[in-house]
Design a protein around this ligand. Structure first.
Ligand SMILES: NC(=O)c1ccc[n+]([C@@H]2O[C@H](COP(=O)([O-])OP(=O)(O)OC[C@H]3O[C@@H](n4cnc5c(N)ncnc54)[C@H](OP(=O)(O)O)[C@@H]3O)[C@@H](O)[C@H]2O)c1
Length: 212
């Protein structure tokens, strides 16, 4: 049995990942979110639903006790403070395996015109997400950083990976693909440890996402 704590459990990718994990009888899910009543409908399908804030180390550390994997699906201007809190809480509670959702472009790894467009449009968001990711990469945790391309709500799982140090490929990827990758990592915890993965849909290269 794998025990997973999902932080930011009402996030759009998290909601899809939860469906994959709940359907797997070998995965036991604990949800952590603000305003927990929003997920009351899942209470019979998960181990626990915990109300808390991802910038609060104590709340996080309590929720992490006994977990095998932490999956953080977070956002916001204080993403660096949230990364610090997740890191410290994991160190305190002795949980080693972390899946952290970041974003495209944090290492200036996106080539060509799309890279310029991405940098201009995302601005400080990228700088913040990079600083948050630094917090995770500088830890001794068994992390996997996930850097999705521009997200779509297409009902498809179709993705390829690039590693840190390689050029990013493509412009878009579905949230369902990211959720599928997260679930894959939860049940294959030894894969992609201490790696930072770019994730895109194959064949979506362009100067900007097709719909933009
Ligand atoms: N849009 C894109 O094209 C794109 C591309 C690459 C990466 N990303 C990034 O991918 C990540 C996941 O995407 P998504 O669509 O699943 O995002 P999302 O729906 O915005 O989910 C983020 C979650 O973070 C939670 N959160 C924020 N601050 C929190 C705090 N202090 N304590 C607890 N929870 C907190 C939010 O909770 P509440 O519901 O309580 O507000 C929200 O549910 C985001 O960071 C996004 O920026 C986006």
């Amino acid at each position: 049995m794998t025990n997973v704590l999902i932080i930011g459990a009402n996030g759009k990718i998290a909601r899809i990942a939860e469906r994959f994990m709940i359907a797997d009888e070998n995965v036991q899910v604990t949800l952590f979110l603000r305003r927990a009543a929003r997920l009351d409908g899942l209470k019979d399908q998960v181990k626990a639903i915990i109300e808390g804030d991802a910038s609060n180390e104590q709340e996080l550390a309590q929720a992490m006790a006994g977990q095998d994997v932490v999956y953080a699906n977070l956002a916001g201007e204080n993403i660096v403070a949230q990364a610090q809190a997740v890191r410290v809480a994991m160190e305190q509670s002795g949980v080693q395996r972390l899946i952290w959702i970041s974003t495209i472009g944090i290492y200036d790894e996106v080539p060509g015109k799309f890279g310029e467009w991405n940098k201009n449009i995302l601005g400080d968001y990228i700088t913040n997400y990079r600083a948050a990711t630094d917090q995770i990469e500088q830890s001794a945790l068994d992390y996997t950083i996930i850097r999705p391309a521009w997200l779509t709500d297409k009902d498809e799982v179709d993705y390829e990976l690039t590693q840190k140090g390689e050029d990013f490929k493509g412009t878009e990827v579905s949230r369902k693909s990211i959720a599928a990758l997260v679930y894959h990592l939860v049940i294959n915890q030894q894969e992609h440890v201490r790696e930072s993965l770019g994730v895109n849909k194959p064949g979506t290269d362009g100067d900007k996402p097709a719909w933009y």
